[in-house]
Design a protein around this ligand. Structure first.
Ligand code: ADP
Length: 265
């Protein structure tokens, strides 16, 4: 538990968060955004105040996964008002910030290093996050630029590396671990996503991308293994329909592995 940390105040900015956690992967398509959003939603369900920042500026998918749209406004103090996920009277609204709210989804985002650096710093510092226990950051896959920018801007409590059990994805995960290490962001652990498919018809588990690879790789790399999330058609449909929060709220079985991962935060 990293709760004991003092609130991190970023210079003159509005970010006050006890723990800032980056979720990264070596390559795209392994479910990094789904896992980042699910971790944020799970921590929030467990009673924490959580914000979610989509730093995957090249392919921002958080707004879509959560069914959020709209344009962030500017508050009187010239800060950016994030879009709030306000889906349940029992849960505190969750501030979300993404490049997806600022650019036309049909237009490709072409960022050069300095622009990228600037946008990440603005997202972090100018957004009216409020008082947070956790800020979860969905990182772009691979590239070290954003990790470097983040590590210079704020003290991160740690990072989570998402991979699939497939050998090629694991090799990319090793690169992601090396990247976080290079910029001195501690690694909280590795999550194996799409680890086994439980067939709803026959009850058998199929290891579509292999099995156990991430655990072995984690041991080899000397990072904790935080567990696996099965390939679950409900999660895929939920993401496509922007109903990830609603589906996780209703599905205890889908939440269980996420609660275990969240314990490492
Ligand atoms: P990334 O951020 O790594 O590019 P996404 O989170 O966008 O990956 O996921 C890619 C696709 O895989 C999405 O359609 C998403 O709904 C789906 N997906 C991710 N994790 C799972 C899972 N555990 N079970 C089923 N589908 C998943």
């Amino acid at each position: 538990k990293t709760h004991a940390r003092p609130a991190t105040r970023v210079g003159q900015t509005a970010l006050r968060a006890k723990s800032v956690i980056a979720v990264g992967s070596g390559k795209g398509g392994v479910g990094k955004s789904t896992v980042a959003a699910s971790i944020a939603l799970t921590l929030r369900r467990l009673g924490s105040r959580v914000g979610l920042m989509d730093a995957d500026v090249y392919g921002p998918s958080i707004p879509h996964l959560l069914g959020l749209s709209g344009r962030p406004g500017f508050s009187e103090s010239k800060r950016i008002d994030p879009i709030m996920l306000d889906d349940s009277p029992d849960l505190s609204p969750m501030p979300v910030m993404s490049m997806g709210f600022l650019v036309d989804p049909k237009e490709a985002v072409i960022w050069r290093g300095p622009m990228l650096h600037g946008s990440i710093n603005q997202f972090l510092g100018m957004t009216e996050w409020g008082e947070l226990d956790y800020l979860i950051i969905d990182m772009p896959p691979g590239t070290g630029d954003v990790a470097l920018t983040l590590s210079q801007a704020i003290p991160l409590a740690g990072s989570v590396v998402v991979c699939t059990p497939q050998e090629v994805a694991l090799l990319d995960a090793v690169k992601a671990i090396a990247m976080f290490r290079k910029v001195n962001i501690p690694i909280l652990g590795m999550v194996e996503n799409m680890s086994g498919f439980l067939c709803p018809d026959c009850g058998k588990t199929y290891d579509i991308f292999g099995a156990g690879g991430a655990r072995e790789k984690a041991e080899e790399m000397d990072v904790p293994f935080l567990g696996g999330l099965p390939l679950d058609i409900k999660l895929r449909v939920a993401g496509d329909e922007g109903r990830l929060a609603a589906v996780l709220a209703d599905d205890e079985a889908a939440r269980a592995p996420l609660e275990r991962v969240s314990q490492a935060m």
